[in-house]
Design a protein around this ligand. Sequence first.
Ligand SMILES: Nc1nc2c(ncn2[C@@H]2O[C@H](COP(=O)(O)OP(=O)(O)O)[C@@H](O)[C@H]2O)c(=O)[nH]1
Ligand SMILES: [Mg+2]
Ligand SMILES: [Zn+2]
Length: 308
Amino acid sequence: MRGLVYKSTGSWYIVKTNDGKSFNARIKGIFKIDEITSTNPLAVGDEVEMEMENELESTATIIEIHPRKNYITRQSPSHKKQHHIIAANIDQSLLFATLKDPKTSQGFIDRFLVTCEAYHVPAVILFNKADIYRKKELEKFEQLHDMYTSIGYQIVRMSVNTGEGVDEVKDLLANKITLMSGHSGVGKSSFINAIFPELNLKTQDVSGWSGKGLHTTTFAEMFDLPFGGRIIDTPGMREFGIVNITKQELSHYYPEMKVLINDCQFNNCLHTSEPGCAIKKALIEGLIDEERYVSYYNILESIEKETY
Ligand SMILES: Nc1nc2c(ncn2[C@@H]2O[C@H](COP(=O)(O)OP(=O)(O)O)[C@@H](O)[C@H]2O)c(=O)[nH]1
Ligand SMILES: [Mg+2]
Ligand SMILES: [Zn+2]
């Protein structure tokens, strides 16, 4: 029987069949998956084939994984060369960002966008907690809004507290598998609770004192939405490590740079100090955002370090 992985807790997986039955499933045998080294063979969103183990106990054995449309990984915090697959077969990714309490840096947003571009996952950026933005944050929002929309990204100004933008985001979720990401404390669980109160996810304040917070928030989990569609909550995900991207590739994942790279004098141009660089020229002319170039440069440097 065929099923979809909803949660992974290490060696056990919660897998749901098409008719909505949940199984506790384990892997049997060795899985050869793509050509990547990952610390987890299966992830939330994977389509699998299972055999019933015990019908009464709803246990099953996973015998096969179906080919993935895409997947998103992050670097293992302890082994930089290894990655951990966060989720597979994603239709889109929503990045929850905030300009205050806490402040999401543009560098973080850009790393996220690069990861999405590299894995072919469409991305939308949500600026939550708009209710507490003052003049400074509102100006910053306008600037980021204009810059990101000019290079093709969708931006939503949102507040779970006042409801601003919530329906707009809810509409984006219909009939899709959506990965929710962003720093802890930006309002992901609050948003999910606002559109689907029955789920009653723990928000930060509660999990903080329950003592279970850290433990229960390590694994990504998928939820069915009552109005169609599924969301994947990724609690505790502090950052995306950029994995498997070469220095040469990086500018391909900046849409505003990608359209210019054929105009560089050298076809292996990294757009730092090479002569005849079309990207540097566009930067000087103000056609490429300075902060975007800074984030490009920082990611480029981090790739350099990892490759010795
Ligand atoms: N002012 C304000 N606070 C919010 C908003 N959304 C969430 N919060 C608060 O931010 C904190 C963290 O929210 P939570 O949903 O746990 O964030 P998560 O870690 O991303 O899941 C909680 O105290 C929420 O009440 C919002 O739109 N405005
Ligand atoms: Mg949360
Ligand atoms: Zn160049």
